[in-house]
Design a protein around this ligand. Sequence first.
Ligand code: G3P
Length: 218
Amino acid sequence: MQFFIDTASIEQIQEAKDFGLMDGVTTNPSLMAKEGITGQQNILDHYKKIADLVDGDVSAEVISTDYEGIVREGKALAEIAPNIVVKVPMIKDGVKAISHFTKEGIKTNCTLVFSPGQAILAAKAGATYVSPFIGRIDDITWPGMDLIRDMAEIYAIQGFETLILAASIRNALHIVDAAKSGADVVTSPLSAYMGLLKHPLTDIGLAKFLADHEKANS
Ligand code: G3P
């Protein structure tokens, strides 16, 4: 399973890169706004900075919601760098644009996916990645991880090559459950990855090893 970091923060991306396990980056308009990146040129420049920093794929999201606009914006984003993936919302014109980008050899990430039916449409259109939003489904008391399991089953039966990118991941347990459920990729804030490190028995065990070493060597 690949680890993507879900942020537009250069500092967080650098920190994840230094940790050594980061395979790619996902962003969205909310994350760009959070970093204070506004205006067309600044947005393109920021994506270029991220794409240069990262070896793997970087998802950059379109703002347009009509087919022509999505295609125009997506092409401009794809031209920034070879590792840019055009992120397109799960709407009718978005699916049509994903089919177009697939024919053009442009990589896509279909975002805002909340049902197996939507996941089938994205795969049919040839999306490189599809992003089911696990945390937001959990937020409305529906088990988000069921969607990952359904998608993994459907994609395996149908032989779809679209990669399942578990998104809206909020904590370490989400990452473990996504791994168990068949996600190809998880995208998450760095804090959730750091949560995977934690176990009290590790801390207790390490303290004892160090104390025993200290006793024996003093
Ligand atoms: O990758 C999508 C993600 O950014 C959404 O996360 O926590 O806003 O639901 P969240």
